[in-house]
Design a protein around this ligand. Structure first.
Ligand code: 5GP
Length: 253
């Protein structure tokens, strides 16, 4: 059997060359990392859940005409996506104060923000993905002013969509991170939502109980991460209501 070409191995995903030019196979691993990979574990079944959830969210975005990289799911762990040039920024949208913003500005976690706030971090693990301003982005040429206008608009549209979907199943979208890719169509370039949208990159709190249903469960040792992700997937109808698509996911230290 021919061996496929690995393009990139990240912390939670591996990318392989796709079957057609301009496509990539995105394989979701079970690895969980936090604090710039200082904390690591393998959570059996996490990759399957994130593959299904990212498919669900990307298809939802497509239905609203919000451009993204998703083409089709190939199997329980892999999806086919459009190849793109990733803009070297993490785009964070926050609806409630939490995480680094709560700490940086001394705001109580859970405080509703006056409006969604968009932040940009440089994608650089060695530097710990530092917060940057639009001045840095323009001066260092990471994205143009037109790109930044498009990125802001995409980020806010994704926020409206995701907030609504999550609210519908009793979950508060506290914040999330997306990545943006550049694709070329003839003489034109277009920006699309890339990477993944999953509980690895969102903060999701149960509206009634405040229970955390995202990667903070792992970061802060709050219980079983796969239980939390399974709950999100069940509520969204991504998993059958009875029985797991993922057999008995467990934390493997
Ligand atoms: P914070 O800046 O508070 O750590 O993160 C804000 C939001 O962005 C959270 O939902 C968090 O999960 C997400 N986020 C920030 N940086 C990363 C990252 O490097 N990887 C992933 N998967 N999510 C991130």
């Amino acid at each position: 059997m021919a061996r496929r070409k690995k393009i990139y191995e990240g912390k939670a995903k591996t990318l392989y060359e796709g079957p057609e030019p301009g496509t990539i196979v995105q394989y979701f691993k079970d690895d969980a990392t936090a604090f710039n990979a200082e904390k690591r574990a393998v959570i059996e079944g996490k990759g399957v859940l994130n593959n299904l959830l990212s498919e669900y969210f990307m298809l939802g975005l497509s239905n609203l005409g919000i451009p993204n990289h998703f083409l089709k799911r190939l199997n329980m762990r892999e999806q086919l996506v459009r190849a793109c040039e990733i803009v070297p920024l993490e785009i964070i949208v926050r609806n409630y104060a939490a995480g680094t913003m709560a700490k940086r500005l001394g705001i109580d976690e859970g405080t509703q923000l006056p409006r969604p706030i968009v932040e940009y971090c440089l994608k650089d693990d060695k530097l710990g993905d530092p917060l940057v301003t639009e001045e840095h982005i323009a001066a260092f040429g990471w994205a143009s002013q037109q790109d930044m206008d498009d990125i802001l608009s995409l980020a806010l549209r994704v926020n409206d969509f995701l907030s609504g979907v999550m609210y519908g199943v009793g979950i508060r979208l506290v914040d999330f991170k997306i990545e943006i890719g550049r694709v070329y169509e003839g003489d034109f370039q277009r920006l699309i939502v890339a990477d993944e949208i999953s509980p690895d990159s969102c903060r999701l709190w149960d509206i009634e109980t405040g229970r955390k249903l995202d990667k903070d469960v792992f970061r802060r040792d709050l219980g079983d991460l796969s239980d939390a992700y399974t709950e999100v997937a069940r509520r969204l109808g991504v998993l059958p209501r009875s029985g797991n698509a993922v057999p008995g996911p467990k934390l493997v230290q």
